[in-house]
Design a protein. Structure first.
Length: 107
């Protein structure tokens, strides 16, 4: 895809998502459990990263340094398309649902 097409918003979004996914999968012990979803809006992109609960710390890093670096790289990857990029890191939905169910049964 040409640089012009990317600058017009055709594919630049995926570059940021692909970069985040590549880095996150390299950080965790079980890359097959990593889920990366991209939501593209008119002026922004939200990249949601879901990892197993015991590996969230590896992606966030001490003091949030790795998470901040991920956000910076994602923003840099999307500069050509002139959109804001947000990276959200959380436990996988299955683990969140299991924890909510466990809390509900205990109360």
């Amino acid at each position: 895809m040409s640089d012009t097409a990317q600058a017009e918003g055709h594919g630049g979004e995926s570059q940021a998502r692909d970069l985040v996914e590549l880095i996150v999968k390299g950080l965790v012990d079980h890359p097959e459990d990593v889920e990366v979803v991209e939501q593209v809006g008119e002026r922004s992109i939200v990249i949601r990263v879901r990892v197993p609960g015991d590996e969230v710390g590896k992606v966030i890093g001490r003091g949030g340094r790795i998470a901040n670096s991920l956000r910076l790289l994602a923003k840099a990857a999307a500069t050509k398309i002139r959109k804001s990029v947000w990276v959200d890191i959380a436990k996988s939905e299955q683990e969140e649902a299991a924890e909510a169910k466990e809390e509900h049964t205990q109360s």
